[in-house]
Design a binder for this molecule. Structure first.
Ligand code: BG6
Length: 490
């Protein structure tokens, strides 16, 4: 069926009382409602709630200034549901048929599975068996991460979902793909010939991607301790950022064509091997320290619900090579970690130095040109160039040209979840990950985990509030590079 924007939809919110729903999804639903999106929501979780107490819970998640709350909240219904009990799904079928009719939702359905991954397959099966996926409209299923914990488990999960949904109906969410500046990479590259013409190994010396956080593991300690930074952040967000930065222009700016180009990048990233793992990956874990705002924080191993002997990495840095013509020999350095000195996400493109010439001595010290995509907290771009100093020496000095999309650290750009939900409502899956992207990414992660297990790659410690272990600096120093200082403002 042809899908157009703003079709009425029934949303099944599994994990309705969870942290993600409260922090991100209800505020996003509210913004969509204000933009005239027509929907009703059934909240599903094990906890007992009535419609009223559920609406109270949602109300508390809305910004203080929200208007029209009651007409928004009236569209939320609650059903206590145990995924393991098929009879609960028959009750759900009755409720959904009633709401379909009451709101004229035309059988369009979104199943939002904000659940532990072990329940994805079971939820899909029970939805199908209860007749909930046989609908007169369209149906989409949104899957939260983690999509498995290695290639084999992801494949199994995918096969379970394919018993009930087609690939085109599966929306695997990676919320970084909903961020303004991540979506802007395409325009930056393909609308600016001055960049695209030099976007290759001839002119770019290296690329640096940082996703640093000041937060620790908080309420998600048990999940995190079994996952670690590599699988929590690199397998998904960082792989997507590399793919968008490195991909070829698609033949058309359409969903499958764009995803196809991203797949080719991820597929071309050289796998890790036991012989090169020491030069490719650094694992770190934070010790106690003081954050930039003066807060004293404990070591990872002293955090609540964390094993005292945990060897989980809270930081990872890596050097990747993309084995294709465009990127031959260009290192892509990445790093991400908890309890670092600042919350910042950015991509730095470092261009090659100008040729050195003894007669141009005053130009030989020029700093490299850098193009920086500032993803958060500020959203923008900056370009570092060199100009002549304002004196007689003729020497150069670096300057920065800036574009600032949102410089107040809290902008008007819609939250990533709001954008992605809106995309799913209108049937646009461009900013969701296709199975083959996920599959290639998992096999790359598997190669890293296998190599570091075989060689027992050490866990290097770093103080909370720092930028990671010294070994992450050595990773670049060996190639004659260094991490460019982080910018949190543009
Ligand atoms: C999630 C990770 O995917 O991304 C979290 O599971 C992390 O550990 C979060 O904190 C970071 O997202 P953002 O949007 O705050 O950069």
């Amino acid at each position: 069926m042809m899908e157009t924007q703003k079709q009425p939809t029934l949303i099944f919110m599994f994990g309705a009382t969870g942290d993600l729903a409260r922090r991100k999804l209800y505020p996003a639903f509210y913004q969509l409602y204000k933009k005239n999106q027509d929907f009703a929501v059934i909240g599903l979780a094990r906890r007992p709630h009535t419609d009223e107490s559920y609406r109270d819970l949602i109300n508390q998640t809305l910004p203080k200034s929200s208007e029209d709350r009651s007409s928004f909240l009236d569209r939320f219904y609650y059903l206590p549901l145990d995924i393991e009990r098929p009879e609960n799904f028959s009750t759900l079928k009755e409720l959904s048929d009633r709401l379909d009719g009451q709101y004229g939702l035309q059988g369009n359905r979104i199943f939002y599975l904000s659940l532990a991954p072990r329940f994805f397959g079971l939820a899909a099966k029970h939805l199908r068996n209860a007749g909930l996926t046989e609908t007169s409209g369209w149906k989409h299923v949104i899957i939260e991460k983690p999509f498995g914990h290695d290639f084999a488990s992801a494949k199994k999960l995918n096969n379970d979902l394919l018993q009930v949904f087609d690939e085109k109906e599966i929306y695997r969410i990676d919320h970084y793909l909903g961020k303004e500046m991540i979506q802007n990479i395409e325009s930056l590259r393909f609308a600016n010939p001055i960049f695209e013409s030099v976007w290759n190994h001839r002119y770019i010396s290296n690329v640096q991607i940082t996703l640093s956080e000041t937060l620790g593991v908080g309420e998600r300690a048990s999940y995190y301790d079994q996952t670690g930074a590599l699988l929590d952040m690199v397998q998904n967000h960082i792989m997507q950022m590399i793919a968008l930065t490195a991909m070829e222009p698609p033949s058309r700016f359409e969903t499958e064509e764009t995803r196809y180009e991203k797949v080719k990048v991820i597929q071309s990233i050289r796998h890790a091997s036991a012989e090169n793992i020491f030069n490719q990956v650094v694992r770190g874990q934070y010790t106690g320290g003081v954050l930039a705002d003066g807060t004293k924080v404990p070591a990872y191993r002293d955090e609540e619900k964390i094993d005292k002997n945990s060897n989980t990495e809270t930081f990872v840095a890596a050097r990747f090579f993309i084995d294709n013509y465009r990127w031959s020999g260009v290192p892509f350095y990445i790093r991400t970690g908890k309890r670092m000195s600042a919350k910042s996400t950015e991509i730095v493109i470092q261009f090659k130095d100008n040729p050195k010439n003894p007669y141009f001595y005053h130009l030989n010290d020029a700093a490299p040109n850098l193009l920086v995509v500032h993803v958060q907290p500020d959203e923008g771009l900056s370009l570092k160039l060199n100009v002549k100093q304002f004196n007689e020496t003729g020497n150069t000095m670096p300057i920065t040209m800036k574009f600032c999309n949102n410089c107040a650290n809290e902008g008007n750009t819609p939250d990533a979840y709001e954008r992605l939900l809106a995309d799913c409502l209108k049937g646009d899956s461009t900013n969701f990950t296709r199975w083959d992207e996920v599959a290639y990414s998992w096999s790359l992660m598997d190669s890293i985990v296998a190599a570091w297990s075989e060689k027992q790659l050490p866990l290097d410690h770093y103080e909370a509030g720092s930028m990671g272990p010294a070994s992450a600096d050595q990773l670049l120093a060996r190639d004659g590079f260094h991490w460019w200082p982080l910018t949190t403002t543009v």
